[in-house]
Design a protein around this ligand. Structure first.
Ligand code: GLU
Length: 576
C-alpha cells in the first residue's frame, strides 16, 4: 500500500477539537409511550427525530432528520454518499410506499469492470478505490420522501444534523474501533485521513468530533435542494474524487440519477401482513420465502432447538434461491411471483429434514409457480459473494399513525474510504455488491443497481400496524429480520428479547454465522444435535431497530441493548 502524505495540521485542527464540555448522552434502548416514536443506533439521531416531531413534522420528516444526523454520528455506516430503501406507511390512505434510492452503476460499467486478465480483481483493492463507487441515491431518496409524503423542507429537517456536525459529538468506543479497523483504508485518502485520523491513528473515544465540511454540504442542500447535490460544485467534487482513484463516473451519471417508487413485497405470516422491500433488494422476497416455508410447521408446539433448526433450514433454502435468481428487476426477469408462492414454499419445505441439518442447498425451480410465462432466466451461478456487514436501520412513527422503516448504507464500514474533499462525507463502495464475474443475474452493467439485502419491514395485524423491524449487516440483514420475526411471533419473545437474542445467520454457506459467546452455550449444543455447525470466527451481527404498536394504543420503540454501543429508543410522550 502506498503511504500518502499526512494531512496538514491546520486541516486537522479545523475539523476536530478536543472538548469535554458536551454532555454524554445516556442511551435508552427501550421506550414506551404515546405520540411519535423512534429507534436508531444513535442518541443524537433519535433526538433529531423527536425534535422534528415536536415541531409538528411527520414520520417522514423525522426519519430524514434522523438519517441526516446518523450521517454525522455514524458516518461509516451511512450518509449522503450512499443509498438506501425506505418503506413508508401512510395512515390516512392506508397505503404502503417504498422508495428505492439504491446506488446505480455509472454508464462506464460493463460485466467485466471487476476483471483483470479474465480474473476477478482483489475485493479489498476494489473496495478502497473509485471503481467501487456507485452514483449515490440518498439525497434523491430524501427529496422524493419529503416532497411527496413529508410536510417540511430540506432546510427544516437538516437543521438538527447541521447543528450536530457544527458543534460536534463525542466519539464512542464503537466509533473509535471502526476507525482503527479502517486506518489503512482511510490513510489512502488525504481528506479522509484529515477528518478521521490523527497522526495516522484512530481518534480515541471521548474526542469531540466536528465535521464543518459536512455541515456545509447539508447547508448547500438546505439552500439548493436536490440539484445542489447532483449538479454544480458538489457533483464536480464527487466526480473528481472518484476518477482520481481509478473510477470512471461523469457529471451526467449524477445528473441522470433517479429514485424509484416501487410496489412493496407483500406476504402473510400467521395472521400478519408483512410489507417489505422489493428488488433490487432481495430482502423482502427472501424473508417472505423463508417465512412461507416456516408457516407449514406448528413451531409453537416444538422445543426451541427443533424450531430453531427449522428456522436455519428455511433460511438456507431461501438463500439458495436468492443467490441464484435475484437482481435488479430492470435488467433481470426474476421469478418473484414463483418464489413468493405458498405452494412453492411447500415444495421447498419437503426438502427439510426436521432431525438433520442439510448440506449446501441447490436453488429450487419457482417457474412452474409463476403467474406469467415469460422466458425464464435459469440460474447459472449459485455462489456467495463477499459482502459487507454494515449499514444502519432506523424506524419512526408519528402521532397520526404514519410509519417509516428505513435502512440506508454506504456498504462496507467507511464505504470506499473516500471522503469528498471539502464536503465531509464518505462515498459508498456499493458496486462491490455486484458479483465480480458471471454469468449470474447480479453482474455489473451500466445503469444497473446491485442486489441488496436491506429489509426494512412493516407488519400489520387485522389491518392495523403491529410492528416494524429492520437491521444492518449485509446479507445477514435478511436473517436478522427473519430471526427477529421468528423470535417474536413463534418463540413468543418480547420485542426487546427478540432483538437482543443471539443471532444465527444461515445463508447457504459452509457454516452458520454466529456471535461471540454463542459457541458452547446450551442453545448451541441443543442445535448441534441435528448437525448444525458454526463459523469458527464469531462476530457481532446487525444492530436492529424496531417499533411495536401495542393494543392499548401506546408504542414501544426498541433498539439494541448491547450491539453497536447500545441503541437509542425515544417516544414523544413517555408512559409513566
Ligand atoms: N450493501 C449491503 C446491502 O445492500 C448493505 C451493507 C451492509 O449492511 O453491509 O445489502
Amino acid at each position: 500500500m502506498t503511504t500518502l502524505p499526512r494531512p496538514a495540521r491546520t486541516v486537522l485542527v479545523s475539523s476536530i477539537i478536543l472538548s469535554l464540555t458536551l454532555p454524554a448522552f445516556a442511551k435508552t434502548p427501550v421506550a414506551t409511550g404515546t405520540g411519535g416514536a423512534v429507534a436508531t443506533i444513535s442518541e443524537p439521531a433519535s433526538q433529531a427525530a423527536i425534535a422534528i416531531l415536536n415541531k409538528g413534522g411527520n414520520a417522514v420528516d423525522a426519519a430524514v432528520a434522523a438519517a441526516a444526523t446518523l450521517g454525522v454520528t455514524d458516518p461509516f455506516s451511512c450518509g449522503i454518499g450512499g443509498g438506501g430503501f425506505m418503506v413508508i406507511y401512510l395512515a390516512k390512505d392506508k397505503r404502503v410506499i417504498t422508495i428505492d434510492h439504491r446506488e446505480t452503476a455509472p454508464a462506464s460499467f460493463t460485466p467485466s469492470v471487476f476483471l483483470k486478465d479474465g480474473k476477478e480483481m482483489d475485493f479489498e483493492t476494489v473496495v478502497a478505490s473509485g471503481r467501487s463507487v456507485g452514483v449515490p441515491g440518498t439525497v434523491r431518496g430524501w427529496h422524493e420522501a419529503l416532497d411527496r409524503y413529508g410536510s417540511m423542507s430540506f432546510k427544516q429537517v437538516l437543521a438538527p444534523a447541521i447543528d450536530v456536525a457544527t458543534k460536534g459529538f463525542k466519539v464512542n468506543d464503537n466509533f473509535s474501533h471502526l476507525v482503527q479497523e479502517n486506518e489503512a483504508k482511510f490513510a489512502k485518502f488525504p481528506a479522509t485521513a484529515a477528518l478521521y485520523l490523527r497522526n495516522g491513528k484512530a481518534l480515541p473515544a471521548g474526542t469531540t468530533l466536528r465535521n464543518p465540511d459536512l455541515a456545509k454540504a447539508y447547508r448547500e442542500l438546505a439552500a439548493g435542494g436536490v440539484k445542489a447535490f447532483y449538479s454544480g460544485k458538489m457533483a464536480r467534487a464527487m466526480v473528481d474524487a472518484v476518477n482520481a482513484n481509478s473510477g470512471n463516473i461523469t457529471l451526467a451519471d449524477l445528473a441522470n440519477y433517479e429514485a424509484r417508487l416501487r410496489q412493496s413485497v407483500h406476504s402473510t405470516y400467521r395472521g400478519y401482513d408483512l410489507y417489505g422491500m422489493p428488488l433490487p433488494s432481495s430482502g423482502g422476497v427472501a424473508v417472505a420465502e423463508a417465512l412461507n416455508i416456516l408457516e407449514g410447521y406448528d413451531l409453537k408446539s416444538l422445543p426451541r432447538a427443533k424450531a430453531e433448526h427449522l428456522y436455519l433450514e428455511a433460511s438456507r433454502l431461501a438463500f439458495a434461491d436468492r443467490n441464484a435468481y435475484l437482481a435488479d428487476p430492470e435488467f433481470v426477469d426474476a421469478p418473484v411471483a414463483g418464489l413468493l408462492n405458498k405452494d412453492y414454499a411447500a415444495r421447498r419445505r419437503e426438502l427439510i429434514n426436521p432431525e438433520q441439518a442439510s448440506a449446501h442447498a441447490p436453488a429450487g425451480d419457482p417457474y412452474p409457480f409463476q403467474d406469467d410465462v415469460s422466458v425464464p432466466l435459469r440460474p447459472n451461478a449459485n455462489k456467495l459473494i463477499a459482502e459487507g456487514a454494515h449499514t444502519t436501520h432506523l424506524t419512526v412513527s408519528d402521532k397520526d399513525g404514519n410509519i417509516v422503516s428505513y435502512t440506508y448504507t454506504i456498504e462496507s464500514w467507511g464505504g470506499s474510504g473516500i471522503v469528498v474533499p471539502g464536503y465531509g462525507f464518505l462515498l459508498n463502495n456499493e458496486m462491490t455488491d455486484f458479483d465480480f464475474s458471471g454469468p449470474a443475474p447480479n453482474v455489473p452493467e451500466a445503469g444497473k443497481r446491485p442486489r441488496s439485502s436491506m429489509s426494512p419491514t412493516i407488519a400489520f395485524k387485522n389491518g392495523k400496524p403491529a410492528f416494524t423491524i429492520g437491521s444492518p449487516g449485509g446479507a445477514t440483514i435478511i436473517t436478522t429480520v427473519l430471526q427477529t420475526i421468528f423470535n417474536y411471533v413463534d418463540l413468543g419473545m418480547s420485542m426487546p428479547d427478540a432483538v437482543n437474542a443471539p443471532r444465527l445467520s444461515e445463508r447457504n454457506g459452509l457454516a452458520t454465522d454466529i456471535e461471540p459467546g454463542f459457541p458452547g452455550s446450551a442453545q448451541a449444543q441443543a442445535l448441534e444435535k441435528t448437525g448444525q455447525h458454526w463459523n469458527k470466527t464469531p462476530e457481532e451481527i446487525g444492530a436492529a431497530n424496531a417499533l411495536v404498536f401495542n393494543p392499548d394504543g401506546t408504542v414501544t420503540a426498541v433498539s439494541e441493548g448491547h450491539r453497536h454501543g447500545v441503541g437509542s429508543a425515544l417516544v414523544q410522550k413517555p408512559a409513566h
